[in-house]
Design a protein around this ligand. Structure first.
Ligand SMILES: *Cc1c(COP(=O)(O)O)cnc(C)c1O
Length: 487
């Protein structure tokens, strides 16, 4: 826990105190007024706190302990999968041969980097069952947009301009309809049935000559496998549409099922979800896309090719949707994901899926007697509970999430997916021990008990954190991001 009376460094400032010592200037001082006009030159020095080195260190160290991360505790956030950032990934990403290269270097001088990317594509082809891969997109949502632009280019190349709609299930992640809109399509919702899966009758109703694509996550955001996927593929393909696979949940099925074999035409992966790239805290993501042979000509360019001279970029791609990300994309994330894939191997990746599914089912079955479980079948890597019973007692899902903070757990994803009332989306990843899972289960049961016997303690949570309950709307709309001096 961070220092409670954590004084703002601005208030600890004492004039003349410094935390650095610099050698004397041994070059001529620059006269700024010769370089810049007056309006660009500060007239008064900035008001910065003046502190000793030790105080400055303590400030940043205290700040760092205010963060919650995978290295500090259990993190059952749903729809995020990976919560494991192996330290060896960082060693590999830091190798000077990778970290010191420049994106403008001639391909001949960066053969190792290109080979890694090329080989990474081969691995992702194998894992997804797709014909070709582009590593370019920067995140899942960017992969969605890129994939939909390719589907649009494909239809237009066939002289088919009437396909203006993208079908998205009501349980979909918000990025799906958003990407469809940004790619110039209208998004149409298909309903879920009582089992939490796409309702085939409703799909037949909304599909038609204007369908460009169906976007689907499988397992879906309820953590349920869409068992009718081959039937859906038939319906959409017969209507002339294409199938888009949102790969955010791929870590539930690796080594067991491949989107390519399920009939998907375009796939995105989230290397920061399935393949151990750090995520959260603003780390860059990476959202490679995979396609069938039919869609390959439309891939973003350049593509990496291997010929007798080694590896190089091919820009001669007349049907390409163009470049979607500068330089090599988020190269250092590929390195981390590549390290992860090579470290685990095929058998290891399969085990990841097994453990993810086992852990989720274990926690789900332990909690279903106390929290309502709307969909009773086995789940994949995550599951969704409803806080309906607790709501009747005056305690909302938000309160339960806040109460978890007091017990030093990161809360699950809440109020998503939208088709479950008072949703709590729990994803206990594959890397957690049974003891950790049991600790979380006990805490969830304790909170359910508190809801019945001492609801105020839950309603008023958190009690132990540095910052108590925020006005979330105000915090989002009018964030106070810097120190404001009170006179
Ligand atoms: C996270 C997620 C996305 C978006 O991916 P980003 O990498 O965050 O852009 C899309 N769909 C699902 C189901 C997700 O969980």
């Amino acid at each position: 826990m961070a220092n409670k009376d954590f004084p703002l460094i601005f208030e600890r400032s004492k004039e003349g105190r410094v935390s650095y010592s610099l050698p004397e200037l041994d070059v001529p001082e620059v006269d700024l007024s010769e370089e810049f006009s007056d309006e660009y030159i500060r007239q008064t020095p900035p008001e910065l706190p003046e502190l000793s080195e030790l105080e400055l260190m303590r400030h940043y160290t205290a700040l760092s302990t205010r963060n919650f991360g995978v290295d500090s505790g259990f993190y059952p956030l749903g729809s995020c999968t990976m919560k494991y950032n192996p330290k060896i990934n960082e060693d590999i990403a830091r190798l000077p041969g990778f970290s010191h290269i420049h994106p403008y270097q001639h391909p001949k001088t960066v053969q190792g980097a290109l080979e890694m990317m090329y080989d990474m594509q081969q691995h992702l082809k194998e894992i997804t069952g797709m014909y070709e891969i582009s590593l370019q997109p920067a995140a899942g949502a960017h992969g969605e947009w890129s994939g939909l632009m390719m589907i649009r280019a494909f239809h237009e190349a066939n002289g088919d301009f009437k396909r203006t709609k993208v079908i998205v299930p009501d349980s979909a992640h918000g990025t799906n309809p958003a990407s469809a809109t940004v790619a110039g399509f209208e998004s149409v919702t298909v309903k879920s049935n009582e089992n939490g899966l796409v309702d085939l009758d409703d799909l037949k109703r909304v599909v038609g000559e204007d369908t460009a694509a169906l976007m689907l996550t499988n397992p879906n955001t309820l953590g349920l496998f869409e068992t009718e996927i081959l039937e859906m593929k038939k319906i959409v393909h017969e209507a002339g549409g294409r199938l888009y696979y949102d790969g955010a949940n791929l870590n539930a099925i690796m080594g067991y099922a491949r989107p390519g074999d399920m009939g998907f035409d375009v796939v995105h992966l989230n290397l920061h979800k399935t393949f151990s790239g750090p995520h959260g805290g603003g780390g860059p993501g990476s959202g490679p896309i995979g396609v069938t042979k039919e869609l390959e000509p439309f891939l973003p360019k350049p593509v990496i090719v291997k010929n007798e001279d080694g590896y190089t970029f091919d820009y001669d791609r007349p049907q390409s949707i163009g470049r979607v990300k500068p330089y090599y994309g988020n190269f250092s994330i590929y390195l981390r994901a590549y390290t992860y894939i090579r470290t685990l191997g095929a058998e290891g990746l399969k085990k990841v899926s097994e453990y993810a599914v086992m852990n989720a089912n274990y926690v789900m079955r332990k909690l279903e007697s106390v929290y309502e479980l709307p969909y009773k079948q086995h789940c994949k890597h995550e599951f969704v509970l409803s806080g309906k019973k607790q709501k009747k007692l005056g305690v909302r899902t938000l309160d339960i999430a806040k109460r978890l903070l007091d017990y030093e757990y990161h809360p699950p994803t809440i109020y998503f997916p939208l088709n479950v009332e008072e949703a709590m989306m729990i994803e206990p990843p594959e890397t957690e021990t049974k003891e950790t899972l049991d600790g979380f289960i006990d805490t969830m049961l304790t909170i359910a008990d508190e809801v019945e016997n001492n609801p105020e303690i839950v309603q008023e949570a958190p009690h132990t954190t540095v910052v108590k309950r925020l006005d979330e709307t105000l915090a989002a709309r009018k964030p106070v991001l810097r120190y404001i001096k009170e006179d």
